[in-house]
Design a protein. Sequence first.
Length: 274
Amino acid sequence: MKRLSGKVAFVTGVARGQGRSHAVRMAEEGASIIGMDICAQIPSVFYPMATEEDLAETERLVKAAGGDILTSVGDVRDRAAVQRAHDAGVERFGGVDILVPNAGIMPVIDQGVEPQAWHDAVDTMLTGVWHVLDIAVPGMIERGAGGSISIISSAAGLTSMGLNTFPGQAGYSAAKHGVVGLMRLYSKQLAKHSIRVNSIHPTGVNTPMVANAEYGAFVNSHPEVASDEAYKNPMPVELIEAVDVSNAVVFLASDEARYITGVTLPVDAGYQNR
């Protein structure tokens, strides 16, 4: 039997990158997917964001992996949009077993929209995570079947990653640290319901959020960003792959991790141990 057979997972930021990878990996292990993505550009974000065509490709890949998926376009900053995506998925598949609040942006280069970049970062990656938890957790408790919540944070959620102090970078760091607080709060409160809550902390991941021409140009013009002290991994890999993070998501959602909760799990090629 596959590790997530019969389970339903709600994943945000699913149109591409890590979110797509999480959805496909969980589908390979038998899960059905409720997926949402903004599929629009946020002005403070310097690289092109996902599109509805990207979301359709995620749907195709999940089905090719043998899974089922219901997708919707929506912004995690908008609580009503999260509610609609969640409720439509529950109507389609039944109750949610797995939450993966993954939606993220990296507005770390000044786009002339200060201080809006701070608000976009915090609203997407902290308030957006809280929206998912606040909406989905009551139903998980009511079902009484336990469950797994894996909040996708970052290596920047456990340490300082010293790129700059632009509002977007500050908001990114604050949000990625902030979800650790949410994880610890919810893990303590939900343990009695056998709902496990953990956070995952990747180093740089080979997705369009990092691997794009605009960020490459920024790094080239700011060589201190790529220095050993600032950003490099101790293990000989510049960027890990999205599936490396997805494998951790699958593990934490499986019965193999049935007594693991309240953990900040680095998937970071040794970044925290520098």
